[in-house]
Design a protein around this ligand. Structure first.
Ligand SMILES: [Zn+2]
Ligand SMILES: [Zn+2]
Length: 272
């Protein structure tokens, strides 16, 4: 039986003879239904139209793009470290060419995903890459649409994924929304990968913190302060959100702090 994939969010569901009646991810306030209604596809169908491209973004970090852009168009990152390779976040399309290209970079030892909008076809990715464990925060477990034994739920506020790689539960957008800290990145100045828990905005010296991006629903002050406190113990000069151009290229830790101050001013004192 196929594992159907929602054509709005790109998330794959458990096996079923017919497409599911609903996409729980898209019916949630944080996503949206297309005006044209719910529609479904499969990986086999996607492989007819789409392919992936690997693009270097740092000396030992590579982004993966689906071309043409599919669904919400996020960009996972493969980090090569002396202690193992991490695939951070996920997309839907996986095919033989992508697996070969990733193997040429040393393969993947472990996967971790920031939040449910990027769970996509994570189980097929894990299988294709050699049954790689997929680390998800347990507070996001209700949003796993295709349960699988390769998924490892972690608990608490931080998790040491590999030496020099730490998962940080920030919450906010989702209760288990997670960032990844790579201590050795940026020549040892540190890199933070944030999905959309902390989102770089049009002026890339700044970030924002939203409950829903497509529907413009802000987080409250407490949630934003919690995100800033969660990343405070970590040093980072670069910050990558989950899309290609969403990068703070220097002084990223201060960018997070000053953006939180601006955000809280805006939702308390107000602007305009
Ligand atoms: Zn959906
Ligand atoms: Zn999201």
């Amino acid at each position: 039986m196929p594992n159907y994939i929602c054509l709005t969010c790109g998330v794959q569901y458990a096996e079923s003879a017919t497409p599911p009646d609903h996409c729980l991810i898209c019916e949630d306030d944080r996503q949206y239904m297309k005006e044209s209604g719910q529609a479904w596809t499969t990986l086999e169908e996607l492989r007819q139209t789409y392919h992936n491209e690997l693009r270097p973004v740092e000396p030992t970090m590579t982004g993966i793009a689906t071309v043409p852009s599919f669904c919400i168009g996020q960009r996972p990152l493969l980090i090569q470290t002396p202690n193992g390779n991490v695939l951070w976040d996920c997309i839907t399309l996986i095919d033989d060419a992508t697996v070969q290209a990733i193997h040429a970079l040393g393969g993947v030892d472990v996967m971790a995903i920031s939040h449910p909008h990027f769970y996509d076809a994570m189980v097929d990715w894990s299988k294709a890459l050699g049954d790689v464990p997929i680390y998800l925060h347990r507070d996001n477990a209700p949003w796993v649409m295709r349960p699988d034994s390769r998924i490892v739920f972690w608990d608490g506020e931080t998790y040491p994924l590999l030496d020099g790689i730490t998962l940080i539960r920030c919450g906010g957008h989702f209760p288990g929304s997670t960032a990844l800290h790579w201590a050795g990145g940026a020549d040892g100045k540190g890199v933070l990968l944030t999905g959309d828990t902390i989102m770089v905005v049009a002026d890339t010296r700044w970030v924002t913190f939203m409950y829903s991006y497509p529907n413009d629903i802000p987080l409250n002050r407490t949630a934003v302060e919690k995100i800033v406190a969660a990343v405070e113990p970590f040093e980072f000069d670069l910050l990558y959100s989950g899309w290609w151009d969403k990068v703070v290229r220097t002084d990223a830790k201060n960018a997070v702090k000053r953006s939180a101050e601006r955000y809280i001013r805006a939702i308390t004192a107000g602007l305009g």
